[in-house]
Design a protein around this ligand. Structure first.
Ligand SMILES: [Zn+2]
Length: 232
């Protein structure tokens, strides 16, 4: 079901798929151009249904909106802290306090939809050749976010898990899956959902694969559900 939302003067939609009885896990996608992730949502939920949602607007990573005859844009995975909202609006080339408040309300709409679930699974795709699990190694650009890392040298470096929970980290590691444990104290406050969840102790798992790696994303999501089943 598409739930329309008015962002300033611009319509966006939450495409929501809900189980008849709310489950314990919510799966989501916030970057509409990461199309493999969205395919994975549909294909995997066809095998075994789960609650999920994604954002619909213009098919781009960033969301553009009109407010008081001006245009603003933001990255929907950079809006979960005040600092993040400020930075991502500025990155979009236009900033006002009012726009920041509009974006805050939108972030709250996303948070409302993950509220009450015991685990949050976010699906992402990357295309930047320089961004892989190796970015999280001690000399990498993401090093500050890393508490622990496990790399399977024979696995594809673009396909990995990023989690806020030590337990999940150990379970993925035991399966020899590429995995990073977020440092929930030293992380870079970029306003992403992992920062929001890490701060609040909400168990969060990001399944990140290269765009087009549909099978890999399906396999990693299956492995995640298996781990969650064993836990409960
Ligand atoms: Zn993404």
């Amino acid at each position: 079901m598409d739930v329309e939302y008015l962002l300033g003067a611009t319509k966006v939609a939450f495409c929501e798929h809900k189980l008849p009885e709310k489950g314990t896990v919510i799966v989501l996608n916030v970057h509409e151009d990461e199309v493999t992730s969205i395919e994975t949502l549909f294909a995997h939920s066809a095998l075994a249904p789960f609650d999920f949602f994604y954002l619909k607007h213009k098919g781009t990573r960033r969301i553009q909106f009109n407010l008081d005859e001006e245009v603003f844009s933001f990255d929907p995975n950079r809006i979960f802290t005040k600092k993040g909202r400020k930075m991502t609006l500025k990155d979009g080339g236009n900033y006002s306090k009012k726009a920041r408040k509009v974006v805050k309300k939108f972030a709250e709409e996303i948070c409302k939809r993950i509220d009450g679930f015991s685990v949050v699974i976010a699906l992402h795709n990357n295309s930047d050749v320089n961004y892989t699990i190796k970015s999280y190694l001690p000399n990498g650009v993401e090093a500050q976010n890393t508490k622990a890392i496990h790399i399977n040298p024979t696995a594809v470096a673009d396909d990995f898990i990023y989690t806020t929970e030590n337990d999940f980290f150990n379970q993925f590691k035991a399966l020899d899956i590429n995995v990073i444990l977020q440092d929930n104290k030293k992380y870079v406050n970029d306003g992403s959902l992992s920062v929001y969840c890490g701060k609040r102790g909400i168990p969060y798992i990001n399944i990140e694969t290269e765009i087009g790696h549909f099978d890999a994303q399906m396999t990693l999501l299956s492995a995640t559900f298996k781990i969650l089943e064993q836990k409960s």
